[in-house]
Design a protein around this ligand. Structure first.
Ligand code: IMP
Length: 203
């Protein structure tokens, strides 16, 4: 069953990208990675939780020999309101001297990415690239830009394919966009951000 419309937590979402469209985007990104990482064994750093489905498909499609590590970055709270900060749970693998490929689900304001990049640069990797499945228009201002973007989308709030609304909807194979934005768009209700980087507080 692949419904056009779903309801999550009392909000209506409409299908925005089918699994076939997502697979085509992932395959295109995989081809680019195969070309760019020929002869290199990167550390593929999956940003949890949202990127776990995308990363699983991307890494298998690309077929690049790599090491896999995760980093936890949390910028949304569990309800419609932001947690108010970006929390980074550092990876266990040492990244110094590694060719790091950061795998992100979606870039919105870019705050999460900016904080992650700051954290990662302090680990002194040999190289650092970013692949994001989706990017919203607000991400266009970002410096640096992700090296690989699957699809630029309008400023919608989306769920599915690993992405959630208050932890709902990550399991959905298709991507859905929130309808009824006037009734509360979780993406618009986020407030200010502060950074919690445990490796820094330990310094
Ligand atoms: P940013 O810090 O505003 O760029 O937001 C990035 C993070 O927020 C992503 O890694 C997602 O976890 C989450 N996020 C941003 N936009 C959406 C969305 O539309 N749906 C679900 N999660 C989102």
């Amino acid at each position: 069953m692949h419904p056009e419309q779903i309801e999550l937590n009392g909000h209506r979402f409409r299908r925005f990208l089918t699994r076939q469209q997502i697979a085509a985007i992932v395959e295109r990104l995989a081809q680019q990675l195969r070309a760019d990482y020929a002869g290199i064994t990167p550390v593929c750093l999956i940003v949890l939780k949202g990127a776990f489905v995308f990363a699983a498909d991307l890494l298998r499609a690309a077929g690049i020999p790599c090491r896999v590590e995760t980093v936890r970055a949390r910028s949304y709270g569990t309800a419609m309101h932001s947690s108010g900060r970006v929390e980074i749970q550092p990876p266990e693998l040492p990244l110094a001297g590694a060719d790091v490929l950061l795998i992100e689900d979606i870039v919105d304001s870019g705050l999460t990415l900016r904080e992650l990049l700051g954290f990662l640069r302090r680990q002194q990797p040999a190289s650092l690239r970013i692949v994001a499945l989706l990017a919203k228009p607000s991400a266009r201002e970002l410096q640096p830009q992700p090296d690989y973007i699957g699809l630029e989308i309008p400023p919608l709030f989306v769920v599915g394919y690993g992405m959630d609304y208050a932890e709902h909807g990550r399991y959905l194979p298709d991507i859905y966009a929130l309808e009824e934005p006037e009734q509360g768009n979780p993406a618009r209700e986020r407030t200010s951000f502060a950074v919690v980087d445990p490796s820094r507080t330990a310094e």
